[in-house]
Design a protein around this ligand. Structure first.
Ligand SMILES: NC(=O)c1ccc[n+]([C@@H]2O[C@H](COP(=O)([O-])OP(=O)(O)OC[C@H]3O[C@@H](n4cnc5c(N)ncnc54)[C@H](OP(=O)(O)O)[C@@H]3O)[C@@H](O)[C@H]2O)c1
Length: 349
C-alpha cells in the first residue's frame, strides 16, 4: 500500500449524509476529498454558502471555499461517495459508473441490481467480487438502509451459529434519517409518526440479500421472513429497534451474548481505519441501549445491544441501537471503500 492518498468526491455533499462524509473524511489516512458536488441549486457556489452546516464539529477551512460542482462525470476524483437524494441518485450513479468511476452509494436505487453488492463489510465482504461482473467501465457498490445495518449486524452471528427462522422488528428512528431539513418541528415534536415511506419493505428485504450467499453471477438470498414496523420518533440521531427472533437451533442467552461480544470480522482483522474494534457492544444494564448515551460508541460504528431475554412468542427478544448517519450511512460507506482499497479494487484508477 503506497502512502499517497486516493482522491475522492462527494455527490450530494450539501445534505445531511454529505456533511457527515466531510466530517468523517477530513483527516482520513487513505482518502482526500478534492471535489464536492450537489444539485444545480448549489453548483457554482462556495461550499460554505451552499450548505447549511448542521454537524457539531466546525466546517474546516479547506472545504469552505471549494466551489460546488455539478453531479456530472467530469470530476477528477475517480472514487465518488454518493449521498444523493434517491429521486436522482439512480441515473447519476449509473452515468458515473459508465464513465469509469467507482461509485459507493447510500441511496436505495441500485441496492437490488443483481450484480451490485449491498454491503456491510463485517457481514458480506465476499459479495464484493460481484462487481467484476458489472458491465460498466467503473463500478457501483451500495450501503444498506440505515435501520437495516444495525439489525443485520446483530443478526449475522445468530444466523451463522444457530440459523434464523423468523424475525420481527419494530423501529424508533431518528429525525436525521429523513435528511435535512426533514420533518417540520410541528410534526415531530411531542410525537411519534408510525410511518416512514418505503422503510418497512427495505428492512424486510435488504437483510436477506446481505446474509445471502455469493454465487458466480448473483446472490442467493437468505431464506427466512422478516416483519418490520417503522416509526419516526423525536430523537436527533440514532435508530433504536426492538427485535424478536426465532432460531433454527436451541441456545441460551449467555451463549448468544458471548458470541456477540466476541464478534470480529474482516474489517477488524485488516485493522481498517474506520473499523470499530467492537462491532457489537452488549449492555447488561436493563435500561440500555439509549440513543443519547450510546450513539457514539466506537465513534458511531458499533451496534449496541441490550435486554436479550426469552420471549413467549418467539425464542428471544432484544433491543439494538445504531447511529444512522455514521454506521448507517457515511461511516458504513467509508468502511466499504477501505475494504475495497485493502482488496485492491481501487488500484490503477
Ligand atoms: N439520513 C440518513 O440517516 C440516511 C441513512 C442512510 C441512507 N440515506 C440515503 O442517503 C441519501 C442522502 O440522504 P440525506 O439524508 O443526506 O438527504 P438530504 O439531506 O436531503 O441531501 C440530499 C442531497 O442530494 C442533493 N440533490 C438533490 N437533488 C439533486 C439533483 N437533482 N442533482 C444533484 N444533487 C441533488 C442535494 O443537493 P442540494 O443541497 O444542492 O439540493 C443534497 O446534497 C439518500 O438517498 C438517503 O435515502 C440517508
Amino acid at each position: 500500500m503506497n502512502n499517497e492518498k486516493i482522491s475522492v468526491a462527494i455527490l450530494g455533499a450539501t445534505g445531511s449524509v454529505g456533511q457527515k462524509f466531510i466530517e468523517l473524511l477530513s483527516d482520513h489516512p487513505w482518502f482526500e476529498i478534492i471535489e464536492l458536488a450537489a444539485s444545480d441549486r448549489s453548483a457554482g457556489k462556495k461550499y460554505s454558502e451552499a450548505v447549511n452546516w448542521i454537524m457539531t464539529t466546525p466546517l474546516k477551512e479547506k472545504y469552505k471555499n471549494m466551489i460546488v460542482q455539478k453531479c456530472e462525470p467530469e470530476l477528477k476524483a475517480k472514487v465518488v461517495f454518493s449521498a444523493l437524494d434517491s429521486s436522482v441518485a439512480g441515473e447519476i450513479e449509473s452515468t458515473f459508473a459508465e464513465n469509469g468511476y467507482i461509485v459507493i452509494s447510500n441511496a436505495r436505487n441500485h441496492r437490488f441490481d443483481s450484480d451490485v453488492p449491498l454491503m456491510i463489510p463485517e457481514v458480506n465482504y465476499d459479495h464484493l467480487k460481484l462487481i467484476r461482473k458489472q458491465k460498466h467501465k467503473g463500478a457501483i457498490v451500495t450501503n444498506p438502509n440505515c435501520s437495516t445495518i444495525g439489525l443485520t449486524l446483530a443478526l449475522k452471528p445468530l444466523y451463522d451459529n444457530f440459523g434464523i427462522d423468523a424475525v420481527n422488528v419494530v423501529t424508533m428512528q431518528a429525525v436525521s434519517g429523513a435528511g435535512y431539513p426533514g420533518l417540520s418541528s410541528m410534526d415531530i415534536y411531542d410525537n411519534v409518526i408510525p410511518f416512514i415511506s418505503g422503510e418497512e419493505k427495505k428492512m424486510e428485504s435488504e437483510p436477506l440479500k446481505i446474509l445471502g450467499s455469493a454465487k458466480d453471477n448473483s446472490i442467493e438470498n437468505a431464506a427466512f421472513k422478516i416483519s418490520a414496523q417503522c416509526n419516526r420518533v423525536a430523537v436527533i440521531d440514532g435508530h433504536t429497534e426492538c427485535v424478536q427472533v426465532n432460531l433454527k437451533s436451541k441456545t441460551k442467552p449467555e451463549e448468544i451474548i458471548n458470541i456477540w461480544q466476541n464478534y470480529k470480522s474482516i474489517p477488524q482483522h485488516l485493522n481498517l481505519p474506520t473499523a470499530p474494534e467492537r462491532p457489537i457492544v452488549y449492555f447488561y444494564e436493563e435500561k440500555y441501549p439509549q440513543p443519547k448515551l450510546h450513539r457514539n460508541i466506537e465513534k458511531g460504528m458499533a451496534v449496541s445491544i441490550g435486554r436479550l431475554r426469552e420471549d413467549p412468542l418467539f425464542d428471544f427478544k432484544f433491543v439494538i441501537h445504531s447511529h444512522n448517519t455514521v454506521r448507517g450511512a457515511a461511516g458504513g460507506t467509508i468502511l466499504i471503500a477501505e475494504l475495497m482499497k485493502a482488496h485492491g479494487y481501487l488500484d490503477n484508477l
